[in-house]
Ligand binder design. Structure first.
Ligand SMILES: [Zn+2]
Length: 441
């Protein structure tokens, strides 16, 4: 914190008080996390995690195995089925491997260390202020009204603003570090030992666009959240990884959401609202799950959320209008996907107490109801837009302005306009040429 030379003693005392509070807060968080981890690892040590690969079953009928369906989106009850064919097994292996991402953040020492780069005073002050405003707004609406968001939600919102506005930088092509000119992508390079040591398995290579310079610029794709605290740059993969880890560091339960169409984002559990909230650090977006479909104009097949204690197919939260924004889900039959999700959940919870498992199962059921209602209200909305003439003429629906979706009808803001156009994420009706260079997450 900066002060002029003639700072009052009162300011110094205030400073000391804030520092003391911050330190105490750090300690409390750290102790709490350590206790959680110790109790978890104790129970883990006492019972080795059995991996359930499912009981062998007769091969699925042709219709089950080959028909791509949206039945999970449309809520047709299915009986989970173990993967049998090669394609389903590949999908299973991929999802298992993706599900490890949030586990890498569960390191109390590193999380404590991570908090040292975060301006906690600023974030807690902003959160305090915002939550008081929300509380006052709720009270002005009448007795018994609940604030829109709770204090911890406001902490994550403040963290989100800081992360996007002052901490992390978006990288398309890294600038030339010799002359600061733009660079041109020339392909991939093998990682150097130190890059590999810091967790980069891929390195993109760029060449300076100024002929006399011609310097090469390396862009290692680090996927260790703690390394990203130092590099502080990247595309959505790096953003979501580092930001989600920081949400965990400030004490929130967090999910890492993988999307099959080349995007990743965060979900944070709001204790106040008793639900998972969509957060996209690249876009500074809070609770705007329609952003990708109604905003960027994308079609999505799978959106799968992974946390340290579970896994959930959350596609229905992001694809409200199945006929408009869903794409074929053909990586495995829906019953197999259910099985894989059950399997990952069981693995994550294998060493938990009965009460914890029960609590999480209750949470899953509540979320399933919420996801079903997403689709139902969207269908109801479509139906309400039908007029008698539409039905007589066999038209499905008229496009009428829907105030609820207008909010989300904005194109992408992270990345430059050329890159956004190439990905077809510029908003309504943009073509998507699927440039393979832009397929990097
Ligand atoms: Zn240069």
């Amino acid at each position: 914190m900066e002060h002029s030379h003639g700072a009052h003693r009162a300011d110094d005392i205030e400073d000391a008080r804030i520092k003391d509070l911050t330190e105490r807060f750090r300690q409390t968080l750290s102790t709490k996390r350590m206790n959680e981890l110790v109790s978890r690892s104790v129970s883990r040590a006492s019972s080795p995690a059995p991996r359930d690969f499912g009981t062998p079953q007769p091969p699925p009928s042709v219709s089950d195995a080959q028909l791509p369906t949206y039945s999970s989106l449309r809520n047709i009850p299915l009986v989970p089925q173990a993967p049998q064919d090669a394609r389903s097994l590949r999908f299973k292996n991929m999802l298992h491997s993706l599900s490890n991402m949030p586990i890498r953040w569960e390191n109390p020492g590193l999380l404590d260390e991570a908090l040292r780069v975060v301006p906690l005073e600023q974030i807690y002050n902003e959160a305090e202020e915002e939550s008081q405003i929300l509380q006052a707004e709720a009270e002005s609406l009448g007795a018994g009204k609940k604030a829109a968001w709770g204090y911890q939600d406001c902490v994550v919102r403040a963290l989100l603003r800081w992360f996007k506005r002052s901490f992390f930088t978006w990288v398309n092509n890294p600038a030339c570090s010799r002359c600061y000119s733009p660079t041109i992508g020339v392909g991939m390079a093998a990682p150097l030992p130190d890059e590999q040591a810091r967790g980069a398995n891929q390195v993109e290579l760029y060449k300076c666009s100024v002929e006399q310079c011609g310097a090469y610029e390396r862009y290692p794709r680090y996927n260790d959240a703690f390394v990203l605290l130092q590099t502080r740059r990247g595309r959505c993969g790096e953003w979501a990884n580092c930001f989600s880890m920081l949400c965990r560091a400030v004490g929130s339960r967090v999910r890492w959401v993988w999307n099959a169409e080349d995007h990743v984002w965060t979900e944070v559990y709001s204790v106040h609202r008793k639900r998972w909230v969509h957060v996209d650090a690249c876009e500074e977006a809070w609770d705007k799950p329609r952003l990708y479909t109604e905003g960027w104009g994308k079609k999505l097949s799978y959106c799968i959320a992974f946390s340290a204690d579970g896994a959930m197919d959350v596609t229905r939260r992001y694809v409200r209008n199945v006929s408009k924004h869903a794409v074929e889900r053909n990586r495995a039959p829906e019953a197999v996907l259910l099985h894989i999700m059950d399997e990952i959940r069981a693995m994550r919870r294998s060493n938990m107490s009965k009460q914890d498992k029960f609590r999480l199962e209750g949470e899953d059921m509540r979320e399933n109801r919420e996801l079903r209602s997403c689709v139902i209200s969207s269908i109801a909305h479509e139906v309400s837009k039908l007029s008698v003439e539409d039905i007589m003429n066999g038209r499905s629906s008229r496009s009428r302005a829907d105030p609820d979706t207008q909010k989300a009808l904005e194109g992408r803001t992270s990345g430059n306009s050329e890159w956004i156009r190439a990905r077809g994420e510029g908003g309504r009706g943009q073509p998507n040429p699927q440039d393979p260079r832009n397929r990097q997450r």
